[in-house]
Every structure is written in C-alpha cells, then in structure tokens.
Design a protein around this ligand. Sequence first.
Ligand SMILES: Nc1ncnc2c1ncn2[C@@H]1O[C@H](COP(=O)(O)OP(=O)(O)OP(=O)(O)O)[C@@H](O)[C@H]1O
Length: 300
Amino acid sequence: MNSGRDKAVIIYNPAAGNHLLHQQLPEIQRILQHSFSTVSVLETKKDIPCRQLVEKACEQAGTIIGAGGDGTIYSIVNAIAGMEERPLFGILPGGTCNDFSRALGMNQNPLEAARQIAQKRFRKVDAGQNNSHYFLNFWGIGLITSVSENIDKDLKEKFGRLSYYWSAAQTLQQWEPFHLELSSPDFQYSGDATMLLIANGPYTGGIRPFFPHANLQDGKLDVLLIKEPSLKLVWEIIQSRITENPPEGDGFFSFQADQLSISATPVQAIDCDGEKEQDTPSVITCLKHHLEVYTGDVPF
Ligand SMILES: Nc1ncnc2c1ncn2[C@@H]1O[C@H](COP(=O)(O)OP(=O)(O)OP(=O)(O)O)[C@@H](O)[C@H]1O
C-alpha cells in the first residue's frame, strides 16, 4: 500500500442516491486539492467488484474517500478492513440514509463534507466483524431485514428516507417470530424473537431511534433483542431512548457485548449496513479502533 496519506483517491458511485455527487465532483476535487497533494477519482461499475478498485486506489494513495450511499461505503469498508496496512478512510454522503457518515458528524451536503475532510481531523473507530465480513453501522435479522426488503422502489425514489418508515409500519403488521440462540460474555438467550439489532453507530434509517448513545470508540456493540414487536412497544423503546427513562415491559432486551454467537431457526437473512449478502449463523466481534476515519463536527 502507498502510505502517503496526503494523496487521496475518491471512489465514486455514479448511480448512488440522487446523482448530486456527479454534478459536484469537479468542485469536490478542487476543495480537496487544497489539502491533498493529489486527488484522483475512480468510478465504480455495476459488474466490477469494488475490491479491485480499492486495491488499485491503495497502490496510489494512503487516503481513500468513498462517495456514494451506504452500499458503496459497505463495499469499500469490506475491502480495506481486512488489509494489514489500512488506508485512512473518508466518506462523502451520496445515498438515501448515509448512516455512517452521519455517525462521523459529516455534513450531508457532499461539498460541505469535502470541506470537513479537507480539515484533516481523523480518529480511530470500531468496526464490527460478522464471520468474514465487516460492518461499520449495524447488523440485523428479522423485522429489520423485512423492512428494507419491503421498501417500494418508487416510494424510495420519491420520498427517500420516509419510505423506510412507511415500510416499517407496514412490516410490523405481518411479523413472524423465529427461534434465536444467542450467546455473549454477559448475556445468553434461547427463545422466540422477531428482531435482533446489533449496532456500532447510532443511526438507523437516517435517524437515531434505538441507539442514540452508541459510541464508536468503546470497543462494544449495542444490542437490542425484540421478542414480540408491536407499534406500541417500538414506540415505547424509541421514547425511552429519547427521555432516557427505562422502558417498561418484558418484550425486549438491551445490552452491550464485544462478542456474540448467533444462530436462528429458520435460517435468517442478515442485513449488514443495508446489504443482504449472508445468512445466519454468525460470529460477531467488535474490532476496537480498527479503522482510522476522517470526521466532521462529531461529539465523540
Ligand atoms: N456505475 C454503476 N452503475 C450502476 N450501478 C452501480 C454502479 N456502480 C455501483 N453500482 C451499484 O450501486 C449500488 C450501491 O449503491 P449505494 O447503496 O451506494 O447507493 P444508494 O442505493 O443510492 O444508497 P442507499 O443504500 O443509501 O439507498 C450497488 O448495488 C452497486 O452494484
């Protein structure tokens, strides 16, 4: 890898989000050129694995900047997180939710985010490892997977993040429990569940409904296990997070862990940072301070 952190490569997805990035790319390059000795751009292609681009970028530069939605960021992270010598990583938000860029305090206007990266503030943050894959933001099974599967493409184009909330309300009415076996150092569970959410960062669907205080540097993942969901329970959990009063009832568990083993019957599709490539079982580990990332105006 080229260790020159003052050299940057932007890996950019022209198909992400509302295509605003495409218009702003020349200006973004200009802004970054004030702070980096070279700034080049590699464009993702639908049928070419992102890993190839990332490896090429790492030969040229020690700073890799992902420009796109959560899917683009997930692919880049999965390419760099397994490297022995990892590049510095930055995010220019270009998708619908941009959850991890929000967690890093990045402005949601890509030009402003480029200005933040140009200030060269960076920190080490935790990453989650799920079997041989990595995630920065969340890992989920059950309801959360159905919510993203049930999103109407037209609604997503027209209403962006609102389509997630609409889908969540619809999906809650037709949930199906599964049998969950979970083991972590301080908590074990064997029984019915409808959602298991494991978070590194605080954002889900562009807001902070479940883990508003998730800390990216504490070496721990925040876990929420919902046994039997109802709109009332989900609303109570969200309210309790806002008011910081413990919610009442026994419909869920909430705890922290740095390692978890999970299996489900029937086998569940896993939603990892919005991507659905794997199924249970899973061994999940929190890799403390695994990635060094550019941050914006972040309160951690
Ligand atoms: N050049 C390209 N043309 C068309 N599709 C592409 C191209 N490059 C990557 N892709 C596809 O883009 C998808 C990733 O998009 P990404 O998730 O970053 O944006 P998004 O879907 O708009 O954002 P979000 O996940 O926040 O809704 C992947 O499915 C990938 O195959």
